[in-house]
Ligand binder design. Structure first.
Ligand code: ZN
Length: 345
């Protein structure tokens, strides 16, 4: 089958289209003929290489994908060949203490598709049978490929961790990124008031088009926490949605109200931050980490998308053969929404 593989780590140029053996499903596995894949920053980290993502080479990247079940292995029940599906990107053992408690995103053997095993930048992908979900006929493969990793992470942050309630105020920091766009859409769909901060002027009207009430254009030395306190009449916001890290952390923290929750899924500008402990205990503030999301949350999120409560935003689609160009585009940071690879005809 055709696949985009990496045979060495490096820049986008290491992504090369090659022929690799056609996979055959074993027990409890299904083979999906892919129509679309989507890019995530994870793909860049795995491509670039490093101790966090050791992979045997050659390797196929890609966590997000949609397509049609082509073949089911022995013992697979309840999945019919020909079903249109979205692939769940999180792989868990199903047996450890965390899996049994429904916290499968913390499974001892947790991995993300395309990080260790072959992913979706290919004509076919092999996944456990519990990692496919049928999608409604009215939902396009393209739209369905755009939501798994980004929207599940945002859902887990807001709903699973920060327990967002209707009418609460949410501040989205670094609002032009894929996970932040997802966060803004989910917060709006759940009835929140949404404030957003971005450094990119050209993204302001696009962020507003999501229904975000207030957008702050961050200049180098400006302090968005003052803006937040003016708009909220000195109260602050109940939830701050973070992934930027040290570049914004202290302003994000200062933007919180009493009983505020800061939830983060990333460390884009570095791994270490300062924490003002007196404000933390003085205001009953919670700091919450979030790693992708659980299978149960994936079902909750999928149901909202299937009911058309909001539509994942797609920025641009490249043919599979142009995966290297797609990576360059992702790294440029110009995009607003997901970047897709078209695989099917
Ligand atoms: Zn497990």
């Amino acid at each position: 089958m055709k696949a985009i593989t990496i045979s060495q780590h490096g820049g986008p140029e290491v992504l090369v289209q090659t022929e690799i053996p056609h996979p055959v499903p074993k027990e409890n596995q299904v083979l999906v003929r892919l129509e679309y894949a989507a890019l995530n920053h994870l793909d860049i980290w795995v491509r670039a290489g490093g101790p966090a993502y050791p992979v045997p080479l050659p390797h196929v990247l890609g966590a997000d994908g949609t397509g049609v079940v082509e073949e089911a292995g022995p013992d697979v029940e309840g999945i019919t060949v020909g079903t249109r599906v979205v692939v769940l990107p999180g792989l868990a053992c199903g047996m450890c203490e965390f899996c049994r408690r429904g916290m499968d995103n913390q499974c001892h053997q947790f991995e993300i598709l395309g990080a260790k095993r072959h992913g979706t930048y290919a004509e076919y992908v092999l996944v456990p049978d519990q990692n496919v979900l049928a999608i409604p006929d009215k939902l396009g493969f393209e739209t369905a490929a755009a939501y798994p990793v980004s929207y599940l992470t945002a859902w887990h942050m807001l709903m699973g961790r920060a327990k967002l309630q209707p009418k609460e105020k949410v501040l989205i920091v670094g609002a032009g990124s894929g996970v932040s766009v997802a966060g803004a859409q989910i917060a709006k769909a759940m009835g929140a008031y949404v404030y957003a901060v971005t450094t990119k002027e050209e993204k302001v009207p696009k962020i507003k088009s999501l229904g975000v009430e207030h957008v702050f254009l961050q200049a180098e030395k400006s302090d968005f926490s003052k803006w937040v306190f003016e708009l909220t009449k000195g109260k602050g916001v109940e939830i701050v949605f973070e992934h930027v890290g040290p570049a914004t952390w202290e302003k994000s923290f200062r933007s919180l109200s009493k009983y505020g929750r800061l939830v983060t899924c990333g460390a884009t500008t570095g791994p270490k931050v300062n924490l003002e402990l007196r404000s933390m205990f003085g205001k009953d503030i919670s700091i919450l980490g979030a790693r992708m999301g659980t299978q149960k949350e994936f079902m909750e999120l999928s149901n909202l998308i299937f009911e058309d409560k909001f539509k994942p935003i797609i920025d641009k689609t490249f043919p599979l053969a142009e995966a290297a160009e797609a990576h360059k585009y992702l790294e440029s940071g110009q995009q607003f929404g997901k970047i897709l690879l078209k695989i099917g005809k």
